[in-house]
Design a protein around this ligand. Structure first.
Ligand code: UGA
Length: 428
């Protein structure tokens, strides 16, 4: 049995909740500190405030014994390890807003004043390089009135995909531990002993940069594939065949080469923009990263142009949108590629009917003016055109449903899902 720790997690959002639930599942005593009272009480009832595969089961098994959520910082004063898992939303210029990081560090510092041992304050939020050194360490030490040898600091970025976050947490490719000193590093290493995966130990700043670089590289792979896809479409070549042949080179790898309408979500667009802003701050022009974003912004417009090429004017035409979530297995619509597509279609007077297995309620809050169908069939009934926007596995089994559309049916894909001869893709 590996050592167990008393862990406090600041922030009960997707990263904090998954991290807290998984550390409790591994036997640690975890307190999640969440300012939103409703969220905290939902966690305490074992009801996940977000959808994440496998999370409900872990909450049911751990809440009330090893996992608690609260609005109070009290547990910090006796915790072995304190994780900062608060949001770092984008400012208008794309840079990261670090106000929640600073206020968490101040509150942790105040709570650590009478801590009897050597607590390790660990940042899990995605933060620009230098944040631990310039904000977290000074605020924690300044407010706790402790010296640097009494508190350890680590940067331990997360590599959790939404929808598969529990699986990613429990089976990591690697665990990155940036630390202020060996003692802090050893404590964090011990916390992770029961998980397999390479442990990489670095400086605090390198660990901060690893996270941005990993996301920027994955986003680059996608925009690269999309650009190749756009060229392939003009040449009449199947980009999926091309990328299969390319990805089998072990130096390249087969993942994140799926061309389509681009990447969305709360991470890639935000993190690439933050890295661009960081590069500019230090006097570098990030030519490649700027292009990654530019390609990503063009892809949804290409989808709309394809619809217009097929239908002529979209005014008054019924367009079915299948898929609103930014990817499958989540109800998250942040930066979903469906949003710019729907907005452009509304602008041109189309009659949009959307269906998503999980994300319709969220989309209604930002685009209330379209129709939301209860089923694929209802969305497709008498539609002039259908756009498949999210790679939900159930869409790949659709077949007879398309006969409900006006014939001959115009079916377009933003992600390769349907194996039908009568379907045209954004880049294929
Ligand atoms: C991403 C990273 O994959 C995680 O490692 C990271 O921890 C996380 O961001 C984060 O920083 O918190 P996530 O945003 O949940 O995870 O989603 P991904 O599965 O990476 O997909 C992102 C977007 O890229 C989706 O819109 C997806 O449809 C798109 N995508 C993905 C493609 O267009 N093509 C691909 O080949 C793969």
């Amino acid at each position: 049995m590996s050592a167990t720790f008393s862990v406090s997690i600041i922030g009960g959002g997707y990263v904090g909740l998954v991290t807290g639930a998984c550390f409790a599942y591994l036997g640690n005593k975890v307190t999640i500190i969440e300012v939103d009272e409703q969220k905290a009480s939902s966690i305490n009832m074992g009801i996940p405030p977000i959808y994440e595969q496998g999370l409900e089961k872990i909450l049911k098994d751990t809440v009330g014994n090893r996992l608690t959520a609260t609005t109070s910082y009290e547990s910090v004063s006796t915790s072995d390890i304190v994780f900062i898992c608060v949001g770092t939303p984008p400012n208008n210029d794309g840079s990261s807003n670090l106000q929640y990081i600073r206020s968490a560090a101040i509150s942790i510092g105040t709570s650590l004043m009478n801590h009897p041992g050597y607590p390790v304050v660990t940042v899990k939020s995605t933060v620009p390089p230098g944040t631990c050194e310039k904000i977290v360490i000074p605020e924690v030490l300044g407010n706790s009135l402790k010296t640097a040898n009494c508190v350890g600091f680590c940067m331990n970025p997360e590599f959790l995909r939404e929808g598969r976050a529990i699986e990613d947490f429990l089976h990591p490719d690697r665990i990155v531990i940036g630390s202020s000193d060996k003692r802090a590093e050893t404590i964090l290493r011990t916390l992770y002993t029961s998980l397999n995966g390479n442990v990489i130990c670095t400086s605090l700043t390198a660990a901060e940069m690893i996270k941005y670089t990993a996301n920027a590289f994955l986003a680059t792979k996608i925009s690269f594939s999309n650009e190749i896809g756009n060229i392939c479409k003009k040449l009449g070549v199947d980009v999926y065949e091309v990328m299969k042949g390319v990805g089998l080179d072990h130096r390249i790898g087969p993942h994140f080469l799926n061309a389509g309408a681009g990447f969305g979500g709360s991470c890639f667009p935000k993190d690439v923009s933050a890295l661009i802003s960081l590069a500019k701050e230090v006097g570098e022009d990030p030519i490649l990263l700027r292009s990654v974003i530019e390609v990503n912004e063009q892809q949804p417009l290409k989808m709309v142009n394809l619809v217009k090429k097929k239908l002529g004017s979209v005014k008054g035409k019924k367009i079915a949108i299948l898929g609103l979530a930014f990817k499958d297995n989540t109800d998250d619509i942040r930066d979903s590629r469906s949003i710019p597509v729907i907005n452009a279609l509304i602008q041109d007077g189309a009659d949009v009917h959307a269906y998503d297995p999980m994300a319709s309620e969220h989309m209604k809050t930002i685009i209330p003016s379209i129709s939301y169908a209860e089923s694929v069939s209802a969305a497709l009934q008498d539609a002039d055109c259908c756009l498949v926007m999210t790679e939900w596995p159930q869409f790949s089994h659709l077949s007879d449903e398309f006969s409900l559309m006006k014939q001959p049916a115009v079916i377009l894909e933003g992600r390769r899902m349907l194996n039908r001869d009568d379907v045209e893709g954004i880049c294929w």
